[in-house]
Design a protein around this ligand. Structure first.
Ligand code: IPM
Ligand code: MG
Length: 356
């Protein structure tokens, strides 16, 4: 088993270090190789996704990824910005299916900004299409201003598009996931306004006929955002496009107490996967040792389960995370009075002890 480790920017290095520490106490045989990605790669090699990093990722059985991005790169040309690294990995590896589970741990019910009764027992799965939509639409661009400068441009455009096969394959992923859960899929679209999402709705409906046991409903994205905070437990599997999925998964993350808890898996047709926390690089808290490593540790568990065929080891990690939460250990983002505030490293160490 070969795992490519790509910590990236901001808190990426700190949180990935904790996840790697956890992987090493499981007694499994695997090799790791670390490479630069994002802003750090740009600084060192002049590109956020150097050829060597992409090659490493493509050849590995799985990729453990931290986060990329920093406001200090906002002025760079778009192809050189850190975010292009994760988008490039997704596109080049064909990682079209993004799983973002939002589970509210019993111990964290009070850490959410929502009332406990709304989120206690919450367990929903957002499935986000990851290689299409407006993120990768062509044409895209800005019309150069009369003085020849982009920053003065008067107009900009991005193109939203999906093809039938792209929608079909993500719909199958969603229905198959629902078959293993509560057999309910909510497809989120904006068919009332956008042609792209009328096609989305039609194709998901067609694919759904192959899964008669699964209940399918459709919801406009604005309503879905509202329902997520109004009555989140009525969802089981939500499936949606790249951009709506980006937005809704951040909203869903907060239901669980903190975005610092939310892991994710991005899979291709060969079950090769990239595993990353759903949160970003948080440059404002980078280097302070206060970031929550649990989303990354839980992403490593998803990696063991989905790409490395080590479901038991994954279960052990998840149980260890529950145990440290039960012990009352909390990083700053999930801290509430009566619990014990710990640093990034202490949280990683606690998971390691729980595993031992
Ligand atoms: C995410 C992030 C990325 C996205 C950024 C960093 C490109 O927000 O994984 O949700 O928009 O997909
Ligand atoms: Mg996002």
């Amino acid at each position: 088993m070969k795992i490519a480790i790509l910590p990236g920017d901001g808190i990426g290095t700190e949180i990935v270090a904790e996840a790697v520490k956890v992987l090493h106490v499981l007694g499994l045989k695997f090799e790791t190789e670390t490479a630069l990605v994002g802003g750090t790669a740009y600084e060192a090699h002049g590109h956020p996704l150097p050829e060597s990093t992409l090659k490493l990722a493509m050849q590995a059985d799985a990729v453990l990824f931290g986060a990329v991005g920093d406001w200090k790169y906002d002025k760079l040309d778009r192809p050189l910005r850190p975010e292009q690294a994760i988008l490039g990995l997704r596109k080049n590896m064909g990682l079209f299916a993004n799983f973002r589970p939002a589970i509210c741990y019993e111990q964290l019910v009070d850490a959410s900004s929502l009332k406990p009764e709304l989120i206690a027992g919450l367990d929903i799965l957002i499935i986000r299409e990851l290689t299409g939509d407006i993120y990768f639409g062509q044409p895209r661009g800005r019309r150069v201003a009369t003085d020849g400068h982009f920053p003065g441009a008067e107009e900009a455009f991005d193109t939203m598009r999906y093809s039938r096969p792209e929608i079909e394959r993500i719909a199958h992923v969603a229905f198959q996931a629902a078959m293993k859960r509560n057999k309910k899929v909510t497809s989120v679209d904006k068919a009332n306004v956008l042609e792209t999402f009328q096609l989305w709705k039609d194709v998901v409906t067609e694919v759904g006929k192959q899964y008669p046991e699964v209940t399918l409903d459709h919801m406009y994205v604005d309503n879905a955002a509202m329902q997520l905070v109004k009555e989140p437990k009525k969802f089981d599997v939500m499936v949606t496009g790249n951009m709506f999925g980006d937005i809704l998964s951040d909203a869903a993350a907060m239901l669980t107490g903190s975005i610092g808890m939310l892991p994710s898996a991005s899979l291709n047709a060969k079950n090769q996967g990239l595993y990353e926390p759903s949160h970003g690089s948080a440059p404002d808290i980078a280097g302070k040792g206060i970031a929550n490593p649990l989303a990354t540790i839980l992403s490593a568990a998803m990696m063991l389960r989905f790409s490395l065929n080590q479901a038991q080891a994954a279960d052990r990690i998840e149980a260890a995370v529950k145990k440290v939460l039960s012990q009352g250990l909390r990083t700053a983002d999930i801290y509430s009075s009566g619990t014990t505030k710990v640093s990034t490293v202490q949280m990683g160490d606690a998971v390691v002890s729980a595993l031992r």
